[in-house]
Design a protein. Structure first.
Length: 316
């Protein structure tokens, strides 16, 4: 991907919020309805519990409202809403339209579907809008995967869940926080992970694992090169929360110790477009990110998509 041109309008996070499904489903809960157990799930995925329930719009409204409140903004001051989701509530219209109306926004709104890479795809898109003159963009990543999960299939039911993460991006007088980015896709691998309209998620777990680590490392390496930084410069890596073994393998190949990774998968499961913002803002709320820290967000998803971004943390 191209290097960010000098002099381009930048942006920074000024508020964020999160939301999770209404019901907690533990590994023991799943063991009562399928051939699995808590130890098997933890060892293979790192997941202990997940949250399910609520529509994509409902969760997005909660997280979006929290982000606006933290930023101290009137909803009418937002210039665009970008929703990253692979589980819209309807085929038409885009779920972003429902969210826009409920939050009282008066701006353009659209959905981005890049599966689990969606939040970073939308983050780059939002920065593009700011570069073209937008002052404030509301960015939301939400998925309600429980609605497209076969809860009798232990290969997928143990993984997926519902959640949302939202952020306000505001124009910054300086360069802004986005230092480098990479977006990629390999459509030849779409059969490794897909869901037909009206169907359930189908996944070749071994193939996804094999590809996921490689494409995450490749994308992250490109973003670091664009930003002119190395793995030693990264204070925090925020990977897609798909599987603890994938996260560990990717960190190992990048040369970033797991101690510098933001991990919430044990409590959230795989929430697709919501997983990176959930992990990022959990780390921010816990005080794990200081002003000026370099943060690497990197994900992969069905498509097979990949995306990464390097930001210099400067949020209020």
């Amino acid at each position: 991907m191209p290097t960010i041109p000098s002099g381009v309008r930048g942006a920074t996070f000024t508020g964020w919020g999160t939301a999770l499904g209404h019901e907690i489903v533990t590994n023991d809960d799943l063991a009562r309805s399928m051939d699995t157990n808590d130890q098997w799930i933890r060892e293979r995925t790192g997941i202990e519990r997940r949250h399910v329930g609520g529509s994509t719009a409902e969760l997005s409204i909660v997280s979006g409202r929290a982000a606006l409140s933290m930023a101290g903004l009137d909803p009418t001051s937002i210039d665009a809403l970008v929703l990253a989701t692979t589980t819209p509530d309807r085929t038409v219209p885009a779920t972003s339209a429902t969210i826009q109306n409920s939050l009282g926004l008066r701006c353009g709104a659209f959905d981005v579907n890049a599966a689990c890479s969606g939040f970073v795809y939308a983050l780059v898109t939002a920065h593009g809008l700011v570069a073209m003159g937008a002052e404030r963009v509301l960015l939301i990543g939400t998925d309600t995967l429980s609605r497209i999960t076969d809860w009798t299939d232990r290969n997928t039911a143990v993984l997926f869940a519902d959640g949302s993460g939202a952020a306000v991006l505001e124009h910054s007088a300086d360069r802004g926080h986005l230092l480098g980015w990479d977006l990629d896709a390999d459509g030849s691998a779409e059969d490794a992970l897909y869901c037909d309209i009206g169907g359930f998620v189908q996944m070749d777990g071994k193939e996804v694992f094999r590809r996921a680590v490689r494409i995450m490392v490749d994308s992250a390496t490109k973003s670091m090169a664009h930003a002119g930084v190395t793995a030693d410069d990264i204070a925090l890596i925020v990977p897609h929360q798909a599987n603890i073994r994938i996260i560990s393998a990717a960190c190992d190949r990048l040369g970033v110790p797991m101690e510098r990774a933001a991990v919430v998968i044990q409590d959230t499961g795989n929430t697709s477009s919501a997983s990176i913002p959930l992990a990022l803002f959990d780390a921010a709320d816990r005080g794990r990110i200081n002003a000026g820290d370099l943060v690497l967000m990197v994900g992969f998803g069905a498509g097979m998509t990949a995306a990464s971004a390097i930001v210099s943390w400067g949020a209020r």
